[in-house]
Design a protein around this ligand. Structure first.
Ligand SMILES: C[S@@+](CC[C@H](N)C(=O)[O-])C[C@H]1O[C@@H](n2cnc3c(N)ncnc32)[C@H](O)[C@@H]1O
Length: 285
């Protein structure tokens, strides 16, 4: 007899479908039933690490890292908590997730995204339904093509504007405009009269690793409630400090969306503490 395979799921079915992680976790819990409550708690903490530390979806940077709660400048020592990620096994998995012997290839071009990003970005795009994606740091152009294709596949009428100091010359796509632009000169690269013509919602994807504070603050001035910023690859050093400083200085408008940053584990994708939803009204639930 042929097994009937369901071809579509209702949202409530999807919510009820446990992941391999959840199923394994339940099995492990059953095996631990003979242990004391304290032993179970310790093992549970080991199993989840920091994964379930905060179950709220939108959090401020200081909820996630209490040492950033005070005002003042973020220093190198203060961001030492990032070492927690760098030293655990998850980080090794993370390092491997952009390919061991080369980056993933999309439409014949190297694309500098982790395996996790391949799942997270389409979900983010599906939820935000951006009419404009602004990418800073085009690279070979693969990520711009991929995001434009994602919009097309999900019936979203939108356009990608991608900027690089050294834009590729041999790539084209009907939904992508390639621009030359320098994030060190934000007001000449993105003057107000250009940005006002980009329809919202926006997803701003920064993958250029330069002038992080200046880029974020420039775009923030033009952003609306529900727009998103994705700030990639800021795991340490000066760029990480600039990003955390920005998040702290604009905590109210810039909560981290942990649904996406932590989908596969805390910061288990390209944007460390780096997916934020612009929140000008009520904090979303
Ligand atoms: C990691 S690559 C981008 C990869 C691409 N987004 C992807 O996912 O395949 C970083 C890019 O940032 C660009 N870049 C570096 N400094 C920049 C700046 N000041 N303004 C704009 N782009 C810059 C580099 O030329 C490089 O192409």
């Amino acid at each position: 007899m042929m097994t009937r395979v369901p071809v579509s799921f209702t949202p409530s079915q999807l919510r009820r479908t446990p992941t391999i992680y959840e199923r394994t976790w339940r099995r492990i819990q059953r095996k631990w039933s003979h242990l004391t409550e304290q032993q179970q708690q310790e093992l549970s903490a080991m199993y989840h690490r920091e994964l379930v530390a905060d179950e709220r979806r939108f959090v401020h940077v200081s909820d996630r890292h209490p040492r950033f709660a005070d005002s003042g400048l973020i220093t190198d020592e203060m961001q030492s908590d990032i070492k927690m990620y760098l030293e655990n096994d998850d980080h090794v998995l993370w390092l491997k997730s952009q390919g061991l012997k080369g980056p993933p290839i999309y439409r014949g071009l190297p694309m500098f995204k982790t395996a996790y990003d391949h799942a997270v970005y389409p979900m983010l795009i599906a939820e935000v339904r951006p009419r404009t994606i602004i990418e800073v740091g085009t690279g070979y152009g693969a990520s711009a093509l991929w995001m434009a294709d994602q919009m097309h596949l999900q019936n979203i009428v939108g356009h990608v504007h991608t900027y690089d100091i050294n834009p590729p010359t041999n790539v084209s796509h009907p939904r992508v405009t390639f621009h030359a632009g320098d994030a060190n000169n934000v007001s000449s690269t993105w003057p107000t009269d250009v940005l006002v013509n980009f329809p919202h919602p926006w997803v701003l994807v920064c993958d250029h690793h330069k002038n992080i504070y200046g880029t974020a603050i420039h775009f923030l001035k033009h952003m609306q409630d529900g727009d998103y910023i994705v700030m990639e690859d800021l795991m340490g050093g000066r760029t990480r400090i600039e990003w955390v400083q920005f998040l702290r200085d604009h905590a109210k408008e810039c909560p981290i969306d942990t649904k996406y940053t932590d989908f596969f584990g805390v910061n288990m994708m390209c944007a460390y503490d780096g997916i934020i939803r612009i929140t000008l009204n009520e904090m979303p639930q």
